[in-house]
Ligand binder design. Structure first.
Ligand SMILES: CC(=O)SCCNC(=O)CCNC(=O)[C@H](O)C(C)(C)COP(=O)(O)OP(=O)(O)OC[C@H]1O[C@@H](n2cnc3c(N)ncnc32)[C@H](O)[C@@H]1OP(=O)(O)O
Length: 188
């Protein structure tokens, strides 16, 4: 029988940093690192952090805030710092900060901060409860509260967008295409 999970774990318990050298095979035709490589590394560090907190395998459910703000170059050292910002019953929100360092100049750039929602799965492959989170600093409390706000606002946005989509009629909104860079290539 597996050992019972503790009721609560600290943020520090699962905090994870992954550092990887950007090698030439990671580059796109323009010589910069593929976004997909960075996404894959982000998924890896999110998984490690979430699984460590949960004490179980986890799956990625949603990814928020992926904006590649600055290109990453071959030869740079990319570090991905992940920590648990929030826990629900079976879900965890992992915040990931990505930085890239030029080893010659020492210049460090912040390339993005993203949020991965992961869900812990039990041996039956069903979502399973995760330990609660012990918040030990004001920053951890702030991140937890931000995560609650993010969840509330996402739910509101999803409702509003679904509503707007179901009320959308082409005839009423057609005027919005004026000035857009598209042409209607059939008879409406
Ligand atoms: C493209 C890829 O590579 S995907 C990579 C790997 N990812 C996967 O395989 C995930 C596949 N998806 C799944 O297995 C399922 O949809 C699950 C486990 C994520 C959710 O299963 P469900 O049957 O909907 O479970 P349930 O309704 O109990 O929700 C479980 C948790 O997920 C959360 N959840 C479900 N959908 C979402 C969503 N869209 N956004 C945020 N959280 C979500 C729920 O809020 C709940 O969290 P809580 O327990 O903390 O309150």
């Amino acid at each position: 029988m597996p050992a019972p999970l503790p009721d609560f774990r600290t943020v520090a318990y699962s905090r994870t940093t992954l550092t990887e050298l950007m090698i030439p095979s990671y580059a796109n035709f323009g010589g910069k690192i593929h976004g997909g490589i960075l996404l894959s590394l982000m998924d890896k560090v999110a998984y490690t952090c979430a699984a460590k907190h949960a004490g179980n395998y986890c799956v990625t459910v949603t990814v928020d805030g992926v904006n590649f703000l600055q290109p990453v170059e071959v030869g740079e050292l990319v570090s991905l710092m992940a920590s648990i910002n929030y826990v629900g019953r079976t879900s965890l929100l992992v915040g990931i900060k990505v930085i890239a360092e030029n080893v010659k100049t020492g210049i460090v750039k912040h390339t993005n901060t993203s949020y991965f929602t992961m869900v812990a799965k039990g041996d039956d492959d069903k979502p399973t409860q995760v330990p609660g989170l012990i918040l030990e600093t004001r920053n951890q409390v702030r991140r937890y509260l931000e995560a609650i706000k993010r969840k509330e606002m996402k739910a509101q946005y999803a409702d509003q967008f679904n509503n707007a989509k179901s009320n959308l009629t082409i005839e009423q909104e057609l005027y919005k295409l004026e000035g857009e860079r598209c042409q209607i290539g059939f008879e409406l």
